[in-house]
Design a protein around this ligand. Structure first.
Ligand code: G1P
Ligand code: ZN
Length: 542
């Protein structure tokens, strides 16, 4: 029985870098989720007759939200909803399912790497038919709809049993419950040389994959242990928990410190990796070495031809603007174009759809390719394993050789989290106002060569996205980027991205924070970040 419930607009339902993210309790308020979901339908011009994919990362409220969305899709006449068993799908698996099943779009329930639980974060993201995050034109139509909503449509129906794969029906809508892992695992087997990886793992090569109590546990167990033969127990923290075990499921040296400790120990495995809450991020380590995401992207680009799925070469590559230029070095050497886009995976979609880029990545632990339209944590792990198998080298050997061949871009990001939103906004605004006059100025020991507020013109559809971060280049190859996070749920987060390029052959083996000391000092000289934000040091250094 369809119910039409009167409602009114709720402030702040504006999708950010990656969908709408709020505190879980905000999403749990009566009508909050319903208003946003109805606004998605309204922003899309309705979902009658459409096929949607639905799944989430299993965080607290995932199950209830999935049931609500099923009822609302049925009430609005969706033809079919393909939902992961128990309402679960990793973000990459959802992207693949949308594409492989020719769905019109999908809803992913996740706040990615943000903590979960009743006091954590929740999120809802709409992906379009290409499997990628909705572009700005769609998210702004959805936001617009949130400001005009007057009613939402739902069903008076009990919760569906989503615990077994199979077909069922809700009102007029077909609901298909699928195994969340199988199709994704098959796709990985198509892209990579599973025989070579299996042989590597059989040769005594040890790996440790930390699923951080999040969605990739079952995926990694099936692919790494069951299909590729990694020793049982190679996947740790493999059981997804609604609050991620109270942790912060973000695969970086700060939040995955257990993995770092294991990989820095004398008896460390040969390879270590982790993924985030919804399975789209990755961290790569070797025995005694952490690989920055920017370097990982460059190494993958330089070695992709060794991997079956990419043996035909790369049409082009893309990185987000703050990501280091290590990728640019590889692209220049290989004679392919390297695009720099604003932060956020949605900006890669057009390049991938148009065949202008094969690989893309972000400094924030996101790496992926044209196999789907999201970043993909396990894909990054598998391409690394395939490269290591093909090169018969350790991670450390691969990195040393890479820097010798291409030069090195020292890189780090300093985050000031949950700072006063007005103070952070004022800092960026004042900086913007000074950009025209910065060239030639000396900041600490560095001289500014050029300064801009990054603006991107999409080469495929010509759309322009402005004000995407302050970028300052210095004489001598250093670069500084400052921008405000678009994914936080409390206060503001200032991200300070630091880079120093070294061509080699000398100076390739410095401790990164030391190599970046002059850029770090220049950032302070530029705008006195710590004093203005009332902090003595960044909260997170990656
Ligand atoms: C952050 C990352 C960005 C990534 C996004 C979603 O966004 O910086 O690269 O695409 O999460 O995972 P931000 O909080 O910086 O807006
Ligand atoms: Zn994520």
């Amino acid at each position: 029985m369809i119910q039409i419930i009167p409602t009114q607009p709720i402030d702040g339902q504006k999708p950010g870098t990656s969908g709408l993210r709020k505190k879980t309790r905000v999403f749990m308020q009566p009508g909050y989720l319903e208003n946003f979901v109805q606004s998605i339908w309204n922003g899309l011009g309705g979902v009658a007759g459409k096929t949607l994919v639905l799944g989430g990362d299993g965080r607290f409220f995932n199950t209830e939200a999935a049931q609500t969305i099923l009822r609302m899709a049925a009430a609005s006449g969706a033809a079919r909803v393909i939902v992961g068993r128990d309402g679960l799908l990793s973000t990459p698996a959802a992207s693949h399912l949308i594409r492989s099943r020719g769905a019109d779009g999908g809803i992913i329930l996740s706040a990615s790497h943000n903590p979960g639980g009743a006091d954590g974060d929740f999120g809802v993201k709409y992906n379009t038919a290409n499997g990628g995050p909705a572009p700005e034109s769609v998210t702004s139509a959805i936001h617009d709809a949130t400001t005009r909503i007057a009613e939402y449509h739902t069903l008076d129906a009990p919760a569906l049993d989503l615990s077994q794969p199979g077909q069922t029906r809700l009102h007029q809508t077909e609901v298909e419950i699928v195994d969340p892992v199988a199709d994704y695992a098959d796709l990985m087997a198509e892209l990579f040389d599973f025989d070579a990886i299996r042989a590597l793992l059989a040769s005594g090569f040890r790996l440790r994959f930390d699923a951080m109590h999040a969605i990739t546990g079952p995926y990694a167990q099936e692919i790494l242990e069951a299909r590729l033969g990694a020793a049982p127990g190679s996947v740790v923290n493999a059981t997804p928990l609604p609050d991620f075990g109270g942790g912060h499921p973000d695969p970086n040296p700060v939040w995955a410190s257990d993995l770092v400790a294991a990989m820095m120990a004398p008896d460390a495995p040969d390879f270590g990796a982790a993924s985030d809450g919804d399975g789209d991020r990755n961290m790569i380590m070797g025995r005694g070495i952490y690989v920055t995401p920017s370097d990982s992207l460059a190494v993958i680009a330089a070695n992709a031809h060794l991997v079956p799925g990419y043996a035909g070469g790369l049409t082009g590559v893309a990185r987000s603007m703050p990501t280091s230029a290590a990728l640019d070095r590889v692209a220049a050497a290989r004679g392919i174009t390297c695009y720099a886009t604003p932060t956020g995976w949605k900006f890669f979609g057009n390049l991938l759809d148009a065949g202008q880029a094969t690989l893309c990545g972000e400094e924030s632990a996101g790496t992926g390719s044209d196999h789907i339209r999201e970043k993909d944590g396990l894909w990054a792990v598998l391409i690394w394993l395939n490269i290591l198998a093909a090169r018969t080298q350790s991670v450390a050997e691969v990195m040393t050789a890479h820097w010798q061949d291409f030069g090195r871009n020292y890189y780090s990001r300093h985050d000031y989290e949950e700072v006063d939103a007005e103070a952070a906004a004022a800092l960026i605004e004042e900086l913007r106002a000074r950009l025209d006059k910065l060239a030639g100025e000396k900041l600490g020991t560095l001289i500014v060569r050029e300064a801009e507020d990054f603006s991107y013109r999409d080469p495929v559809d010509g759309s322009v996205t402005a004000r995407q971060g302050v970028q300052i280049r210095f004489d001598g190859g250093a670069r500084l980027v400052l921008r405000l996070s678009g994914t936080g749920t409390a206060g503001a987060t200032l991200r300070v991205y630091l880079e120093q390029a070294v061509d080699g052959p000398d100076g390739l083996d410095t401790e990164p924070q030391a190599a970046l000391a002059e850029v770090i000092a220049a950032a302070e000289a530029l705008c006195g970040i710590r004093a203005r934000l009332g902090r003595t040091a960044p909260d997170v250094v990656t």
